[in-house]
Design a protein around this ligand. Structure first.
Ligand code: AMP
Ligand code: MG
Length: 356
């Protein structure tokens, strides 16, 4: 439970502490379970801890000696966590009670009234689908499920064909405040856009709470609020696709921007000794045969950056770059299969380090 907003005098003190020195990061899994970690950045002193440590208040005993900062951190952290939980309850494919599950269960039966948040997300998903010749397609869920359940054997051609017959974005009909999957057994999966959307909502909440400086990391979807507490822009590292987690080939300097990466290296399964990654091509029914190892998209909207990074990965370098150019104030960094780095967009806020 989030704490109640403190009474005036104290609130101002807390707010001051927060705007000066708070940074947050959390990891959010699209598959039903939260993993959380928190980084509190106290005027250059960074402390990493897990959510339990924060929630139990044990930060107070770390010797930082700034109870107001700690409590304020806990306060906003809890509020954000609660909001993220609520969003997960709305968007999760795997929770029976989520709006997404309700929509999926009612495929071919009846339209479902959805929250304005989900409606907004569905609309954006359809928009990106339209602009990408359906390379981005949230109705790929039957195919995604087929691959997830593949085990040690490749899905059979007839299974793929059958799944693909259900994966048309036109089957998702939006009307005022309702959504309808007009064909039985059609389903949606928001895995390619949901974390970005959640990052947007989380940063919106921080702004409402008076946070001037924050760093939100939801499973690789980064969104920043303002500058770092020391006034410099945030530096968001881009993971090198072939190197251990945490090793970056570049960084994006940004404030109030989102940085989202999609890549074949992120999640994959091995079938018959071969790697099959998780980003699917609705034209073939197979993992996209991209000429890219990863795509990083930088945009104010994290939901858009999330959707576009998945899409650009499917489209590959040439078409992916065209797609990015079609969106205003959006840029991207591509890492190709032959280890070349390309950037597209507004160069003054992208700074790619050449270290490899
Ligand atoms: P991301 O990691 O953001 O690139 O998203 C990958 C996730 O999006 C997958 O795990 C699927 O849940 C879903 N997905 C896979 N292929 C597509 C696609 N072509 N369009 C939309 N969502 C997809
Ligand atoms: Mg994505």
């Amino acid at each position: 439970m989030a704490r109640k907003r403190p009474k005036n005098g104290r609130w101002r003190l807390w707010q001051h502490a927060l705007t000066e020195s708070f940074a947050y990061s959390g990891i959010y899994s699209a598959f039903g379970v939260f993993e959380r970690s928190v980084t509190l950045n106290l005027n250059g002193f960074t402390l990493d801890c897990d959510s339990l440590a924060v929630n139990s208040g044990s930060l107070v005993t770390t010797g930082i000696g700034a109870l107001n900062i700690t409590e304020f951190g806990v306060y906003v952290y809890e509020a954000a966590t609660e909001k993220l939980r609520a969003l997960e309850n709305t968007m999760s494919f795997y929770r029976d009670t989520s709006e997404v599950s309700l929509l999926n269960r009612n495929a071919g039966v009846a339209p479902v009234r959805v929250s304005s948040e989900l409606f907004q997300l569905l609309r954006l998903s359809k928009d990106v689908a339209e602009k990408s010749e359906n390379a981005f397609n949230i109705t790929l869920a039957p195919l995604i499920q087929l691959w997830r359940k593949a085990g040690n054997e490749l899905p059979r051609p007839d299974e793929i064909k059958n799944a693909l017959s259900l994966c048309e974005i036109e089957n998702l009909i939006l009307d005022e405040d309702s959504a309808y999957l007009c064909k039985k057994n059609c389903m949606i999966d928001l895995g390619g856009i949901g974390k970005g959307f959640a990052a947007d909502i989380c940063c919106g909440l921080y702004r409402e709470m008076g946070v001037a400086s924050a760093f939100v990391n939801l499973g690789g979807n980064v969104k920043t609020v303002g500058n770092r507490p020391d006034g410099k822009p945030w530096s968001v590292g881009i993971q090198h696709p072939d190197k251990p987690r945490g090793e970056c080939f570049g960084a994006v300097m940004c404030s109030d921007l989102s940085v989202v990466t999609s890549g074949a290296y992120e999640r994959f399964q091995i079938i018959g000794g071969e790697k099959f990654h998780h980003i699917l091509d609705g034209k073939t029914g197979f993992p996209a045969l991209s000429d890219l190892k990863s795509v990083t998209v930088i945009s104010q909207s994290s939901a858009l950056a999330d959707a576009l990074s998945t899409t650009a990965f499917v489209l590959g370098l040439k078409k992916g770059a065209e797609l990015i150019r079609a969106f205003a104030e959006t840029s991207a960094v591509f890492f190709s299969n032959d280890n070349k780095i390309f950037s597209v967009g507004t160069p003054n806020f992208i700074h790619v380090l050449t270290r490899q």
